[in-house]
Design a protein around this ligand. Structure first.
Ligand code: ATP
Ligand code: MG
Length: 220
C-alpha cells in the first residue's frame, strides 16, 4: 500500500534521510524506532509532504505521491498525528471525534461514541472543549480522532510521549483493536519499545537517517 523507495530528505542544505526503503502493506502495522534526531518525524513528514524537501519515490495504493500536496495525500487515506498534535480547541471532545468521520469516505468506521467508549480517560470529558484538556488528554484525543477517521494508513509520531503507563497500555490495546476492526494500516514512530511491540507486527530501526534494521519482532 505505502511504498517508499530511495527516499532522501533535506532541511535546507542538511541531508537528513539517506536512501530510505520502507513498505507497509494493506492493514499492516509497522514500527519505526530510533533515537532522538534519528529522522523519524522527518520520515513521517516526508510521506505527508509536510515540511522537509523529499527526493525519491513514495507511492500509496499504487499511485505516485510525487508533488501531491499534503491535503491531497490526506484525501487518499493517509492520516498523520504529528508530534505537536493539533486538536480543535473550540470544539468538544465528541465534536472533535465526529468531525474526523467525514474523512472516511467508503471506509469501515466506528461511531464517535463507540470510539470514546474505548478510551476510558476521554469518557468523562466528552462535553469539554479541546482547549480545556490537559496535554496528555489532548494527545489521547488526537489519536482517538485519527482512528475515528478510519484512514487507510495511520501515521503516528510518538503518541505515548508524556502519558501515564496505564494510559499507554490502554492506547496500545485500542490502537491494535481499532486498526484490526477497520483494516487501517499503521506506521508508528516510537521510543517506547513495549508500546511499539504491542501494536505492530514488524519493526524498522533508523539511525542518523539510515535504515539499520528491518524485520519482525521475533528477529529484533
Ligand atoms: P525525536 O525522537 O527527538 O522526535 P526524530 O527521530 O523525530 O527525533 P527528526 O525530528 O526527524 O528526528 O530530526 C532529524 C534531524 O533533522 C535532526 O538532526 C534535526 O536536528 C533535524 N531537523 C528536524 N527538523 C528540522 C528543521 N525544521 N530544520 C532543520 N533541521 C531539522
Ligand atoms: Mg520526532
Amino acid at each position: 500500500m505505502l511504498d517508499v523507495a530511495g527516499l532522501n530528505a533535506f532541511y535546507g542544505d542538511s541531508h537528513i534521510l539517506h536512501a530510505i526503503d520502507l513498505a507497509v502493506g494493506e492493514g499492516e502495522r509497522v514500527a519505526v524506532l530510533g533515537r532522538n534526531g534519528a529522522g523519524k518525524s522527518t520520515l513521517l513528514k516526508s510521506i505527508m509532504n509536510a515540511g522537509p524537501r523529499a527526493e525519491g519515490r513514495i507511492s500509496f495504493g499504487g499511485r505516485s505521491l510525487d508533488r501531491l500536496a499534503s491535503h491531497r495525500r490526506t484525501r487518499l487515506g493517509l492520516a498523520l498525528v504529528p508530534e505537536d498534535r493539533r486538536i480543535f480547541t473550540h470544539l468538544t471532545v465528541l465534536e472533535n471525534i465526529a468531525i474526523a468521520r467525514h474523512a472516511a469516505a467508503g471506509r469501515p468506521v466506528i461511531a464517535p461514541e463507540a470510539i470514546i467508549e474505548r478510551f476510558d480517560m476521554l469518557k468523562p470529558l466528552v462535553a469539554r472543549h479541546g482547549g480545556q484538556l490537559s496535554g496528555g488528554q489532548q494527545q489521547l484525543l488526537a489519536v482517538a480522532r485519527a482512528l475515528a477517521g478510519s484512514p487507510r494508513l495511520l501515521l503516528l509520531d510518538e503518541p505515548t510521549e508524556g502519558l501515564a503507563p496505564i494510559i499507554v497500555e490502554q492506547m496500545a490495546h485500542q490502537i491494535a483493536a481499532v486498526c484490526a476492526e477497520t483494516g487501517s494500516g499503521l506506521l508508528l514512530c516510537e521510543q517506547n519499545i513495549w508500546f511499539a511491540r504491542a501494536c505492530t507486527d514488524s519493526v524498522t530501526i533508523i539511525d542518523t537517517g539510515r535504515v539499520v534494521f528491518k524485520g519482525d519482532w521475533a528477529s529484533f
